[in-house]
Design a protein. Structure first.
Length: 251
């Protein structure tokens, strides 16, 4: 198959590219740096010509409410139009678990808008909603830090190893479109503050984690189940504690 990975040079995209190429597929790792731009449309039709599937793992360079909405709407409209023009048979998009349960988040509102465009399009699709990646926990700690204190709620957090997510994305890309949504998470659901506490301890970080139910996650207040799958979901195989012990030892 010929498969185009939009955002193919990023954390998840690059892993998906490598997995699909190892399986013998013709894969284009598309990004603005490669002359393929989903916002301007540059190189998009040429890249998609002859492709059976397109995987969209692009991300907005800005998380500001208006900018992120414009990014996902513009990018998705351009990609869907190019797919219709070139006869692509499967649009795979990576979204986020909990997108429609956290309307106070401008970023997640933008992801909801993206999903609506995909569902309204005639292009066969699969939307894969993922939980946050293990690799992002450090940034979450930084965002929640004031002085030497990290404030986070006890809402359940079920992050996934990026390798596990990439492996499932690769499988979905070569499968038949679901014309629906599937969720994926890591194998362990733990209190948010506890996950970050473990991360900081493993990295000998002196910051103190305080449980604060009013603490916001990138601007939005969480309920207990806001960030975990609502029902049956795919599960990664790598446990956070195992990943943490490996990566902390490498530092």
């Amino acid at each position: 198959m010929k498969i185009v990975i939009l955002g193919g040079t990023g954390l998840i995209g690059s892993k998906v590219v490598n997995l699909l190429r190892a399986d013998g597929h013709e894969v284009i790792a598309a990004s603005p740096s490669k002359g393929i731009n989903s916002i301007t449309g540059e190189g998009l039709t040429e890249a998609l010509t002859g492709a059976q599937a397109v995987v969209d793992v692009t991300n907005s360079p800005s998380f500001e409410d208006k900018a992120v909405l414009e990014f996902f709407e513009t990018s998705t409209r351009n990609v869907l139009a190019a797919e219709a023009k070139t006869g692509v048979g499967h649009h795979v998009a990576i979204s986020i678990v909990g997108t429609d349960r956290l309307p106070a988040s401008g970023y997640l509102r933008a992801k909801v808008a993206q999903e609506k465009l995909i569902k309204a399009s005639p292009i066969p699709h699969t939307i894969l909603r993922a939980t946050q990646f293990f690799e992002f926990v450090g940034r979450i700690a930084d965002e929640a830090t004031s002085g030497q204190t990290v404030r986070l709620p006890s809402a359940l957090f079920q992050p996934i190893f990026s390798d596990d997510l990439a492996g499932n994305v690769a499988k979905i890309a070569v499968a038949k479109p679901l014309n629906g949504t599937v969720e994926i998470a890591g194998p362990d659901a733990l209190p948010f503050d506890e996950v970050v506490r473990q991360y900081l301890a493993a990295h000998h970080d002196p910051r103190t984690v305080v449980r604060d139910e009013q603490a916001r996650y990138f601007g939005t207040t969480l309920e207990k189940g806001s960030l975990v799958p609502a029902g049956k979901s795919l599960l990664g195989s790598c446990h956070f504690a195992d990943w943490l012990s490996r990566t902390a030892a490498q530092r």
